[in-house]
Design a protein around this ligand. Structure first.
Ligand code: HEC
Length: 401
């Protein structure tokens, strides 16, 4: 019952999370687009004019002017944008709790650290989210913020260090998600602690009758830009449950690094299209280069190669046949966790017990509906089309988990 409720809650949280994220990221992309397309004020324009823009939509033209606010004429209503971000964060936290933490945190772990207690895994995850914000925020509060050529690589290197750290304990899927949650939380914290605070400050000074001080807007904008460039990588990490080729490749950290750099570069090139003629070619080149690098990383031998060839082939089948999509620890986990399955005692829907020996594992793959594990729907498709050798390889792999 408990797992059923958690399951339904995760449906609600996930849908709200995706919806709110679309609204938030949509705003971020649209506002940046408008900013880049503003037509600079012409001589003779009002002093308060910072640029204008006309947009065709919904059967009319939106005429948009960006301007300095006159403290004597503060527009009403004045729309603020923050709840898309907060809703994304709150639903994301609820999702993290209902999918990972409520299960005791052990679904975050990799086979090598299965003996780490679940609450410690949760502690690491929460600590990482809070810690990352403190570190990132500290760097960008110092004078370094004037020197992005130092601050950006520094921030990125620290993120890679964090990814290496989590990779020691967490499985590939959880590392992707953890780094995504850290970056996503920092984005929301940027909205809460910097963007909205600075807007409040300058609104306060306007209400006190002081002229519009652009200093506040500049501070808010730096964090807005960080958020803007983080959107693509974070989206990718949040979708990574669907990319088991990447998350179970055994090369989690370098792949993650390549993806972050490549997607930020793509966003940058997209924004450069107003002055950089070859932006589309450059995007194509970036994607090809990143794809090539990731392909090489996946193909390169890892420690797993020292495993018996059957186990390796079984591991590949586990990904190519789609087993990983349902069985890998993580958000969309439909099937039971298979780590240490061999010779373990399993409870079936009729409460009978069975030992997961070779025969049982073979049967579970060929005719999964014959013995269904308690607490799970009979959702696994029968894999009758696999050859005997393939099933043997899969079983060899399952035994190695
Ligand atoms: C559509 C999702 C899905 C896919 C794909 C899938 N499984 Fe399953 N699997 C399940 C579910 C749900 C159960 C639990 C219900 C049951 O026992 O039939 C399960 C049960 C199992 C069990 C028994 C687990 C236990 O705790 O005793 C094994 C072993 C297994 N799957 C292996 C595999 C292998 C190997 C593949 C790929 C060839 C695979 N599964 C593909 C969903 C899936």
């Amino acid at each position: 019952m408990e797992s059923e409720i958690a399951g339904w809650l995760s449906v609600v949280f996930r849908f709200v999370h995706v919806l709110a994220a679309i609204m938030w990221i949509g705003n971020s992309i649209l506002f940046t687009w408008m900013e880049l397309n503003l037509i600079a004020p012409q001589p003779g324009d009002n002093d308060s004019n910072l640029g204008h823009l006309d947009m065709l939509h919904g059967g009319g033209v939106f005429h948009l002017e960006k301007r300095v606010i006159n403290p004597m004429a503060i527009p009403v209503p004045l729309h603020w944008f923050m709840w898309q971000s907060y809703t994304t964060w709150i639903s994301g936290v609820l999702l993290l709790v209902s999918v990972f933490y409520l299960h005791g945190g052990s679904s975050l772990l990799n086979p090598a650290s299965m003996n780490l207690q679940g609450w410690k895994a949760i502690g690491l995850s929460v600590g990482g989210i809070v810690g990352w914000w403190l570190v990132y925020d500290a760097i960008w509060r110092t004078k370094l913020k004037e020197q992005p050529k130092i601050a950006v690589p520094l921030t990125f290197s620290l993120l890679v260090v964090a990814a290496f750290f989590f990779n020691q304990y967490f499985n590939g899927r959880a590392v992707f998600l953890q780094i995504g949650a850290m970056l996503g939380s920092a984005m929301s914290a940027n909205v809460f602690f910097h963007i909205i605070q600075n807007q409040k400050k300058f609104m306060k000074s306007l209400l006190a009758g002081l002229p519009h001080d652009m200093k506040y807007g500049k501070q808010a904008k730096l964090r807005s830009m960080h958020n803007h460039y983080t959107t693509f990588p974070v989206l990718f990490m949040m979708l990574s449950a669907h990319f088991p080729q990447l998350t179970s490749s055994g090369r989690t950290v370098p792949i993650l690094g390549v993806i972050i750099v490549a997607l930020m570069t793509v966003k940058y090139l997209m924004n450069s299209r107003y002055y950089f003629k070859y932006w589309l070619v450059a995007i194509f080149g970036t994607v090809m280069l990143a794809g090539g690098l990731i392909g090489t990383l996946i193909a390169a031998p890892t420690e797993q190669t020292s495993a018996a060839p059957d186990v390796m082939k079984g591991g590949k089948l586990f990904v190519s046949q789609g087993c990983a999509a349902c069985h890998q620890a993580g958000a969309s986990q439909l099937g039971p966790n298979l780590s240490k399955i061999y010779n373990s005692t399993q409870t079936l829907t009729d409460d009978s017990k069975i030992v997961a020996d070779d025969m049982y594992l073979h049967e579970s793959i060929r005719q999964p509906q014959v013995k269904v594990i308690k607490g799970f729907a009979p959702a696994m498709p029968p894999f009758g089309h696999l050859t005997d050798t393939e099933v043997d390889q899969l079983v060899a792999y399952l035994k190695s988990l």
